[in-house]
Ligand binder design. Sequence first.
Ligand code: URA
Length: 206
Amino acid sequence: MNCTDCPRLAGFLAGVRGSRPDYHARPVPAFGDPRARLLIVGLAPGMHGANRTGRPFTGDYAGILLYETLHAFGFGSHPVSLAADDDLRLSDCRITNAVKCLPPANKPEPAEIKTCNPYLAGELKASPDVRVILALGLVAHKAVLMALGLRQSALVFGHGVRHPLPDGRVLIDSYHCSRYNTQTRRLTRADFHDVFRKIRDELGAG
Ligand code: URA
């Protein structure tokens, strides 16, 4: 990926490349099984996580619970994701972000979410096997609706809520597995595992 369509994000990344030449510091592509039935949509790369390693949710706090859970539910070959060149394999699962570039203060602007949305729409179009979309947080939920051409008011975000989609797929919402949400216990490990139990029910044993 080599997009520079969001001037603020492109400028920010150019600065990061200057100060941290060892960082990926470019748009972060999706990771995982191209034939996955589960697509997980996060928010955006974190500075020292995906933005450093080039793999979604890899190298920062948010990825700890996510990859541990993927392993526990049979989607990951290992419980940790360390680096883009480790030997972790996802099966039947793919991970992407609503915004592919690192945003300042982890906060993409509405215009940036919109500008990036065709990439998510393209990923959804190119993944006919996807049966379940897991949106991690409200921004991801809204980005999925936008990518599918659905009205924002059609489906209201709610942790653990299962939304049947007009095309027969299912959208499931969860609070984001961020450090803030897990440390404040807005999202516990048990809550997150409950969400994945629902996903497994949807997909069958695999
Ligand atoms: N890392 C990502 O890739 N996405 C997030 O939403 C958070 C951390």
